[in-house]
Design a protein around this ligand. Structure first.
Ligand code: 3H9
Length: 700
């Protein structure tokens, strides 16, 4: 089927992009567009041309799936040049979105109109790229260097109204886009307006001193996006727009684009893009499984987690009942919600009116009977099986048939929780991450008896709450925390072997982690997970030893930020970690207790010990079917654990290293360090076969 239509309508040529679902500018579309332009040029009756998009948007840009494949002519830059070179005025009629190459096509046109809600932007930087079809040269010529740079480096789109104010479009339209386009083009012709090429304009630069302006921009980019490859190249491309004539600027843009295209960061960021989309495809939910409607919700427990979850519902416009044991606890919980919203109002990210609207959606209750008619209940009470079982048997007695009964447990057995009801098919895990109103990740836990409808409802609900959802199976810690346990343990062992928290944290931050493991432990509190740890210590076979440092800190009540002292020291409630003078003695004591002679450890060694611990556990999780695919594990780490998107996630990172290398290093650790490093059988198999986690699929 043709992906581009050309029709003549009186004195106008209408070119329509029709490549569902998002009019990605793949090879067929580019070839069709070039043909249609030629037809318009060669049809004498055609005096002006309209570019339109079929479906929900004008175009989402280049076809991301084509990156890394051999280029096929015509390339997008040539097509955009051909649009600009047209001798007849070309009007781009935008709706939905005009992103990346989609906006570059529109910039090749001589005029642009859009609806007020159209999203116009150049998000290439989020994929490790820069606009590579003239965007870095034409956007500054149309909106000025400063605005262009801001749009290109942030990748954040603007809506139609902002685009009009910036001079990016010529007019807003409402209603039928074909009619609006025709009316606009006829007016142009009536007024005798001809072609107006973006590339022939000069770039407005708000500063007298271009050199100083770009030096400041570069410094800013380095500060805001440390370690990222493409943002600095975005600045260089816009600088070329200021300094060079169009043709040379386009050449420079091409060179910079190719550098980005070949960078490992581009591959990782594209992987992250598709991982997010892939995660919503759940085997067994295709076809006619329909989620149940969710219009009302309830949350049990008004602690930090429960309040955050209730706020997530309110943020999505869903009325939610928040249940606490008594009025005093309820008042504290509601105050916590008010304080958190209040902080956003203070920062200017939320209006006072919106805050009141959201708070009005959260209704405090103390009686379980108030939950009888809600569509979904999320339990966020204390992590104790007996308590959870009690809550779920109460819910079973009270809630209407078909209500989604969800637990926010982060470590307990969901099947056992479900077994305390007579409707385990309606029970699901919704594992939010703290702060739940901010963090995007949601592990959707499928129990043994969770029905397909319940799972579909959980996924649809997550999407409505604007969460990134990954389906996981039942095991201790699910995917994220189960892997984190391995990572945390190895980090602590490193301290006992000779590293300092500062060194481990710095090495992982340099790798790109949002936070080092010890600053993170101090933030969440060293007492968190102590009960789990003590349980493990009793249950683990003798060959699995645990680090002892945490116990020494715990004994001294060094619990992290909350006590002003932990792996680091904190002054007067400040969150800035400072070296803790008490720590060296404790490190020595821990090493002695473990019979270890402290030694110098390299940063590379630290990275291998921590990151490969994640990978080895990830491989076991995959083989057990706890995660559906490697990219889901990556998604969980990118959105819940601060793993850098430009590394693609732990499993993608391992694939990039090569699984033979990964296995070799893990085997060495296994020889030197013992049982914890038993290589995962799936890793062994894939390394032997020359396979990868990304390409692996569970065999039925
Ligand atoms: C670029 O333009 C480079 C140029 O400067 C230079 C070239 C030389 N390509 O997100 P959704 C698929 S780089 C291929 O679920 P939504 C997506 O995978 C590009 N496929 O929908 C999914 O497939 P499936 C710069 C794409 O409504 C389906 O479409 N542009 C592309 O939530 C629906 O997507 C961008 O970075 C694509 N460009 O959101 C924009 N886009 O159903 C990237 C989407 O099989 N796209 N797909 O899973 C987006 O941000 C969102 O998709 C969009 C729609 C906002 C458009």
């Amino acid at each position: 089927m043709a992906t581009v239509r050309f029709e003549q309508s009186g004195n106008l040529g209408l070119i329509t992009l029709d490549n569902p679902p998002v009019n990605a500018l793949n090879h067929a579309l580019r070839a069709g567009l070039a043909d249609a332009l030629r037809q318009a040029e060669q049809t004498p009756e055609v005096q002006a041309v309209l570019l339109l998009g079929e479906g929900r948007g004008f175009s989402a840009g280049a076809d991301i799936k084509e990156f890394g494949q051999p280029p096929r002519e015509p390339g997008l830059p040539e097509v955009v040049n051909a649009i600009e070179a047209s001798t007849k005025p070309v009007v781009a009629v935008l709706h939905g979105n005009a992103l990346g190459g989609g906006l570059e096509v529109a910039l090749g046109a001589h005029y642009r109109i859009a609806t007020a809600d159209t999203q116009l932007g150049v998000p290439e930087v989020k994929l490790g790229l820069l606009p590579g079809a003239g965007g870095t040269q034409r956007l500054p010529r149309v909106v000025g260097a400063s605005t262009a740079l801001q749009m290109i480096v942030s990748g954040t789109p603007v809506n139609g109204e902002a685009a009009l104010a910036a001079g990016l479009i010529d007019a807003l339209y409402q209603g039928d886009r074909v009619q609006a386009g025709i009316a606009f083009a006829q007016r142009l012709l009536a007024e005798g307006q001809g072609v107006r090429r973006s590339g022939e304009r000069t770039v407005a630069l708000e500063s007298e001193d271009a050199g100083a302006f770009f030096a400041t921009q570069r410094a800013e980019v380095e500060r805001k996006h440390p370690g990222l490859f493409s943002p600095l190249r975005c600045v260089a491309a816009v600088e070329a727009a200021v300094q060079l004539p169009l043709a040379e600027g386009l050449k420079r843009e091409r060179e910079l684009f190719i550098e980005c295209l070949h960078s490992p960061q581009r591959a990782a960021l594209v992987h992250a893009f598709f991982a997010e989309r892939e995660a919503s495809k759940v085997p067994g939910l295709e076809g006619d499984v329909r989620p149940r409607p969710v219009d009302t919700a309830a949350v049990i427990g008004g602690g930090t987690m429960g309040v955050g979850i209730a706020m997530s519902f309110a943020n999505a416009g869903l009325p939610v009942k928040l249940l606490e044991v008594d009025q005093a606890a309820l008042a504290r919980a509601l105050q916590r919600a008010r304080d958190t919203y209040g902080a956003s109002v203070k920062r200017g990210s939320l209006s006072a009116a919106d805050m009141e609207q959201r708070l009005a959606l959260i209704e405090g209750v103390t009686d379980y009977n108030a939950l009888a008619q809600v569509d979904v209940v999320v339990e966020a009470v204390f992590e104790d099986m007996a308590v959870k079982r009690q809550v779920f048997s109460t819910l079973d007695a009270i809630c209407k048939p078909g209500a989604l009964l969800a637990s926010n447990t982060s470590s307990l057995d969901l099947n056992e929780i479900a077994a305390s009801t007579r409707r385990p098919e309606d029970v699901i895990g919704l594992h939010f991450f703290s702060p739940a109103n901010v963090m995007r990740l949601l592990e959707v836990v499928r129990g043994e008896k969770t029905s397909a409808t319940t799972l579909a409802t959980g996924m649809a609900l997550g999407k409505r709450l604007k969460k990134v959802c990954a389906v996981v199976g039942v095991c201790d810690g699910f995917v994220g925390n189960r892997m984190l346990f391995q990572y945390g343990r190895e980090s602590e062992f490193l301290l006992e072997e000779g590293a300092t928290p500062e060194q481990v944290d710095a090495a992982l931050r340099k790798f790109g982690m949002a936070m080092g493991p010890f600053a993170m432990r101090d933030l969440s509190g060293l007492d968190i997970g102590m009960a789990i740890r003590n349980r493990q210590r009793e249950q683990l076979p003798a060959q699995y030893t645990l680090p002892c440092l945490l116990d020494l800190l715990f004994e001294k009540n060094m619990l992290g930020q909350k006590t002003g002292s932990g792996f680091y020291r904190y002054e007067n409630g400040s969150r800035t970690p400072l070296p803790n003078p008490e720590l060296p003695a404790l490190l020595d004591a821990a090493s002695r207790q473990q019979g270890i002679e402290r030694r110098a450890l390299s940063d590379d060694y630290i990275l291998d010990r921590t990151l490969l611990a994640l990978v080895n556990e990830g491989a076991k999780i995959l083989a057990e079917g706890i995660a559906l695919r490697a990219s889901d594990i990556d998604l969980i780490y990118l959105n819940g654990y601060g793993f850098p998107a430009f590394r693609g996630g732990p499993m993608f990172y391992a694939d990039q290293l090569g699984l033979a290398t990964v296995l070799e290093r893990i085997e060495r650790f296994n020889r030197e360090l013992g049982a914890w490093w038993e290589p995962a059988p799936l890793l062994q198999q894939l390394a032997r076969e020359g396979g990868s986690f990304g390409a692996w699929e569970a065999r039925p």
